[in-house]
Design a protein around this ligand. Structure first.
Ligand SMILES: Nc1ncnc2c1ncn2[C@@H]1O[C@H](COP(=O)(O)OP(=O)(O)OP(=O)(O)O)[C@@H](O)[C@H]1O
Length: 138
């Protein structure tokens, strides 16, 4: 009766923020999983990634070489995932033929091509001399 209301405890925002971040990670992993399920050529990238890591371990790469290889592999995956996302959005908004839809898909595919060529250059620079030396010695 007229007494002061007991103060409500302030909402504990920090754990909520953490939960939201964790959920975002979950969505991101779900996205990678969905892309892997729907895009067959990502399996080629997965196989290539395993081969490159195996070759790197076998060759005993230097630390900086691992950095270059990791960045290249990650960048190609990143370009492929963005390309997959662009394709999905284009298919959603323009299921019928439209020159702009085609251009968007072509440009996204071009981004993958550019990154794949750059990764190939890194691969040749890092592994090329070793493979050449083995071929000559054999
Ligand atoms: N809605 C569209 N309008 C115009 N051109 C399109 C459209 N959809 C696709 N294209 C053209 O066809 C090409 C291939 O499209 P598609 O959706 O089959 O891509 P993709 O790279 O073969 O993808 P994936 O094989 O991964 O499904 C595009 O790069 C684009 O030139």
């Amino acid at each position: 009766m007229g007494g002061a209301e007991p103060e409500k405890a302030a909402p504990r925002r920090f754990p909520a923020v953490l939960r939201k971040r964790a959920a975002s990670f979950g969505y991101a992993f779900r996205g990678v999983g969905a892309a892997l399920r729907t895009e067959v050529h990502l399996w080629f990238h997965a196989a290539a990634t395993v081969v490159v890591i195996g070759l790197g371990l076998y060759c005993g790469l230097e630390r900086w070489e691992w950095a270059a290889v990791a960045l290249s592999v990650g960048a190609v995956w990143c370009a492929e995932l963005v390309n997959t996302a662009v394709e999905a959005v284009v298919n959603l908004v323009s299921p019928d033929y439209h020159p702009l839809a085609g251009r968007a898909k072509d440009v996204a595919a071009g981004a993958v091509l550019v990154m794949a060529l750059a990764a190939l250059a890194v691969g040749l620079l890092v592994f090329g001399p070793r493979l050449w030396a083995w071929a000559v010695d054999a």
